[in-house]
Design a protein around this ligand. Structure first.
Ligand SMILES: Nc1ncnc2c1ncn2[C@@H]1O[C@H](COP(=O)(O)OP(=O)(O)O)[C@@H](O)[C@H]1O
Ligand SMILES: [Mg+2]
Length: 252
């Protein structure tokens, strides 16, 4: 699926936050949105996911206007919490039980079916054996994978992730990057990814959009040419540093 953001602008009261933002996400791509805190990244994601209406502009999914239509694009919120009193499986399956969607027009999949469908992904998401545990019994990385699975099951093959790995330690984060890139291929996912971590953006992205200014505009688009998955050597290479320098010109 191809996502197009076409000239989106948004104000809150008399404060203009987003000014004519246009971007694309091609099928299978991982594109990072990089920008300082408060610049308007989450606002843009709310608009793309259909939860918030723009003042101007449109969001298109395979050419179809989905502006203001939630449920078509998977959106993992910055703080995607799991219900502590429900098992991991029920947390993941919950959206399927209440979902309105192509395979579930009545807006309800019976509990048993929803659990079965969710459980069938537990292996791929590194959660096998944890179906009946509670969220507090999972490691940070596992909790994020469970939240990602829930997000994926809720909608479809375009995912918006708002700083999904920012709370993880460096080593866990590195493992999650490798895992995420492989699962993206396996389940044919395209991803728009918010981060303020330059290294993370360079390691993961096919392209990076730099969002900056007030109101925010797309200041630069950078294509990262290195093949994926990217090696540890790449992370300390001249090329890597050159990408970082280019980004720093804007982020400073
Ligand atoms: N619902 C809202 N009402 C008023 N102002 C908002 C609302 N949501 C966000 N803002 C403001 O818009 C700006 C961008 O916020 P946000 O999109 O959360 O930035 P980021 O995710 O890049 O940190 C901030 O100044 C924030 O205070
Ligand atoms: Mg934010």
């Amino acid at each position: 699926m191809r996502l197009v953001v076409d000239n989106v602008s948004k104000s809150f009261g008399d404060k203009k936050v987003l000014d004519s933002i246009s971007m694309t996400l091609e099928e299978g791509e991982l594109v990072c949105l990089l920008g300082a805190s408060g610049v308007g990244k989450s606002t843009l994601f709310h608009i793309i996911s259909g939860l918030l209406l723009p003042d101007e502009g449109r969001v298109l999914l395979d050419g179809e206007d989905v502006t203001g239509k939630p449920g078509r694009i998977s959106y993992m919120l910055q703080k995607d919490m799991m219900l502590p009193y429900k098992t991991v499986l029920d947390n993941v399956a919950l959206p399927l039980m209440i979902k309105k969607g192509p395979e579930n027009k009545a807006g309800f999949m019976g509990k048993r079916k929803a659990r079965e469908k969710a459980a069938s992904y537990f292996g791929e998401f590194g959660l096998a054996g944890y179906e009946k545990k509670y969220p507090s019994q999972l490691s940070g990385g596992m909790r994020q994978r469970a939240a990602l699975l829930r997000t994926y099951l809720f909608s479809g093959n375009v995912a918006l992730l708002d700083e999904p790995f920012s709370a993880l330690d460096t080593i866990t984060k590195g493992k999650m990057h490798q895992w995420y890139l492989s699962i993206m291929e396996e389940i044919h996912l395209s991803t728009l990814f918010i981060t303020h971590d330059m290294d993370e953006a360079i390691v993961l992205s096919d392209r990076i959009y730099i969002l900056g200014g007030s109101p925010a505009v797309i200041q630069e688009e950078i294509r990262v040419e290195e093949d994926k998955p990217r090696s540890e050597e790449f992370k300390v290479s001249q090329e890597f540093m050159a990408y970082k320098k280019r980004i720093l010109e804007y982020v400073r």
